[in-house]
Design a protein around this ligand. Structure first.
Ligand code: CIZ
Length: 322
């Protein structure tokens, strides 16, 4: 499979905003909205968002915004988190079908039953889960702060870690502590194969391989750095290398190029595709973003009870990751 190489951007001429990008900015102003975009959405949206980042950064932004409307370019659990942090604001998502396999693989009824089997355990859940699962959790974490949060829990405390078994097993490898892992996974990151990534390292000698912790163990084992999307940025900024192989959703490379325009990024190939795509993130198109700003639909709706119960573990995360 031929890899896609993204050369340094520094000498590229600045391009004009497209008509649709201008219309989105106009609608945003008229509605007093803020556009929050995840690192995995398309370049056209990243270019005009007020903030682009990972779930942790996006949650922090959602908490402090003064806008009336939050247009969330991402997937449903992220927009739900913004709503939980801002119950009085209108939160819209370009496509209400934009979900997440990790979320679908953790049924709250099953998690509740599992908790009953382990009454002495606390539940730490990766933010990629439904609001109902958040209600059942003691602490939420993201890939950027999961390791740090688990390290703050006393060693004798039993932990159920849900729903990503890969992120959970990576934390176990890093800390040596035992955790009960839920068996969810990200269908996109599971597409990487260690042999393909080893072949890429041979083809691009000297380029560190960065792999997201949602990748399977065999892939993490051949990586030079296992890191969240924000950690990828700091790693590439600080490294002396001038090119990097990036094993996560390919749209992350727009952010890397913007932050580090003098370096080269190579999208890690999967067995089927030259670069990794997240079908849910791809549902965020500029056209749908414009429509959701104009119509204020689809809206995130959560019951008061869910908001109240799921706020506590999110606040706990924000407190523990200052
Ligand atoms: O935490 C997030 O936003 C995700 C899904 C990935 C990452 O590492 O930023």
């Amino acid at each position: 499979m031929q890899a896609i190489v993204f050369p340094p951007l520094n000498n590229s001429p600045k391009h004009e905003l497209s008509d649709i990008q201008k219309k989105i900015l106009d609608a945003k102003k008229r509605k007093n909205a803020v556009i929050l975009a995840h690192n995995y959405v398309c370049r056209e949206i990243q270019e005009i968002a007020d903030y682009v980042g990972d779930s942790l950064g996006l949650s922090r932004q959602a908490k402090k915004t003064n806008a009336d409307i939050i247009a969330f370019a991402g997937v449903d659990f992220m927009a739900e988190t913004a709503k939980i942090l801002n119950p009085s604001k209108t939160v819209v998502l370009p496509d209400h079908n934009a979900g997440c396999t990790l979320e679908q693989l953790c049924d709250p009824i099953e998690l509740e039953a599992f908790k009953k089997q382990h009454p002495d355990a606390i539940v730490i859940s990766y933010i990629n889960c439904s609001a109902k699962v958040k209600e059942l959790s003691d602490i939420i974490c993201t890939s950027g702060n999961a390791l740090d949060i688990v390290k703050q829990i006393p060693p004798e405390q039993k932990i159920i870690f849900a729903p990503d078994q890969n992120l959970g097993s990576w934390i176990i490898e890093q800390t040596g502590r035992n955790m009960l892992l839920w068996n969810g996974y990200c269908a996109a990151h599971m597409q990487y194969k260690a042999e393909d990534l080893k072949a890429l390292k041979d083809a691009f000698v000297g380029a560190p391989l960065l792999a997201h912790p949602e990748c399977p163990k065999a892939v993490r084992d051949v990586a030079d750095c296992v890191c969240s999307t924000e950690k990828m940025i700091s790693f590439c900024k600080e490294s002396n290398a001038d090119k990097f192989i990036v094993a996560t959703v390919v749209e992350m490379i727009h952010r890397l190029q913007k932050e580090i325009p003098d370096k080269t990024f190579i999208a890690a190939t999967t067995s089927n595709e030259p670069a990794l795509h997240c079908k849910n993130m791809q549902m965020n198109t500029p056209e749908k973003l414009l429509a959701c700003l104009e119509n204020l639909e689809p809206k995130i709706e959560l019951s008061d009870e869910t908001i109240k119960k799921s706020l506590a573990p999110i606040e706990k995360m924000l407190e523990m990751s200052k």
